[in-house]
Design a protein around this ligand. Structure first.
Ligand code: ZN
Length: 189
């Protein structure tokens, strides 16, 4: 049975596109819907923060939900300029990831170690097989992503297609003796 709530959330408040549940959509302060495409453009400026309650349930703090329609529309108009400013601040890398914690699964003879860096994509997009550089103490090491994973309470979860700007996620890569610590950046050029 269709209810009025479904109909009211049928279209994006910012661009008029249909809100499609498989793509996911968000909401503004007044409850009106925002489509996945507009969310992607707004997200780097309004990063999603995840935490977990005592029972281990994910609690999403979404600053986009605090915006009224006028502020969201204004931010959407400035979204491209905002990314350009970010890129200028980060030496024009195509994508930047801020590392918050790292776990290393030691490899063995002929087997590289598996590194999982948890953190947040500052801007841009990271996908499996992307060539990345680990920026650490003024130096840099090259490797490639094996996969991108969801952030869970105790580490990384199932694989996801990509990590997008403003989104918490985990980047997984392999190598020997790579240096990667909280506070480092992982970039794609
Ligand atoms: Zn939209």
């Amino acid at each position: 049975m269709a209810d009025s709530n479904t109909i009211e959330r049928g279209f994006c408040r910012l661009c008029g596109r249909a809100l499609l549940p498989p793509e996911g959509f968000g909401a503004l302060k007044d409850g009106s819907g925002v489509c996945a495409a507009c969310l992607r453009k707004l997200r780097p400026r309004y990063p999603l923060a995840l935490s977990w309650d005592k029972k281990g349930n994910e609690v999403r703090q979404d600053p986009i939900r605090e915006l009224d329609a006028a502020a969201a529309a204004e931010s959407l108009r400035n979204a491209a300029a905002f990314i350009e400013e970010l890129r200028a601040r980060y030496d024009h890398h195509n994508a930047v990831f801020a590392v918050e914690s790292v776990t290393v699964e030691k490899g063995g003879f002929m087997k590289p170690s598996v590194y999982t860096a948890l953190g947040k994509v500052v801007y841009g997009c990271f996908e499996p097989e992307d060539k990345i550089r680990l920026l650490h103490s003024g130096g840099s090491a090259e490797t490639a992503l094996t996969c991108v994973r969801k952030t869970l309470m105790n580490g990384a979860g199932t694989t996801i297609d990509r990590g997008l700007g403003g989104q918490p996620c985990a980047l997984e890569f392999t190598g020997k003796g790579l240096a990667c610590e909280p506070g480092d950046l992982i970039v794609r050029d």
